[in-house]
Ligand binder design. Structure first.
Ligand code: 5GP
Ligand code: ZN
Length: 113
């Protein structure tokens, strides 16, 4: 999607600190980090939100958690703890309409909402 900010990061048109990529997923540092570690894990394919996914997406959706755990270990927060968050739609405050998972850690995190 030409005007999607995350598609443009994936395409290399907008700079970002990319920390991981494979055939289906890309991870990069959030531009406004909420904690010492704040990565965004996104599918290369433009998928608007988790609400758009179905059975056919099971494999790469599962891969998100495998990659999140590996990145948490690499960032040194697997032991101290971290949170993997997906905001879906207006009530959750999703700002960027390209499915993304926040991997947040490196400090004590507050309540869920
Ligand atoms: P949401 O509220 O949609 O779940 O989260 C969107 C996240 O994307 C926010 O944490 C915001 O800081 C991050 N973000 C928005 N634009 C950019 C950008 O251009 N580059 C990077 N690296 N992060 C961005
Ligand atoms: Zn996109």
């Amino acid at each position: 999607m030409a005007e999607c900010i995350f598609c443009r990061i994936i395409a290399g048109e907008i700079p970002a600190e990319i920390t991981y990529q494979d055939e289906v997923l890309v991870a990069f540092r959030d531009i406004h980090p909420l904690a010492p570690v704040h990565l965004l894990i996104v599918p290369r394919r433009h998928v608007e939100s988790l609400a758009e996914t179905g059975e056919e997406d099971q494999a790469w959706l599962g891969r998100v958690q495998v990659v999140a755990a590996a990145l948490a270990r690499r960032e040194g927060i697997a032991g101290s703890g971290f949170r993997l968050v997906v905001n879906c739609g207006p009530d959750a405050g999703q700002e960027v309409p390209h499915l993304h998972y926040h991997l947040i850690g490196g400090r004590t995190l507050g309540g869920m909402v």
